[in-house]
Design a protein around this ligand. Structure first.
Ligand code: ZN
Length: 63
């Protein structure tokens, strides 16, 4: 997160003190339960299907 988002997850944003890594939650069900308990959105977002880029207009010469 620090390299990509420039967010230091192990540093408190309020007081600047160092945080400790205690666990990584990888279960989708466990994450959903935690988010539900915190009354935060937990539904998975379905991405839109990919589509081709818009077709560029072609110039036609009259025949
Ligand atoms: Zn703090």
């Amino acid at each position: 997160m620090k390299r990509v988002f420039r967010i230091d997850a192990l540093r408190c944003a309020k007081c600047g003190s160092e945080r400790r890594w205690i666990a990584a939650i990888t279960s989708v069900e466990a994450v959903a339960k935690i988010l539900d308990h915190l009354e935060l959105p937990s539904a998975l977002i379905q991405p839109s299907p990919p589509r081709a880029p818009p077709q560029a207009e072609f110039e036609f010469e009259g025949c």
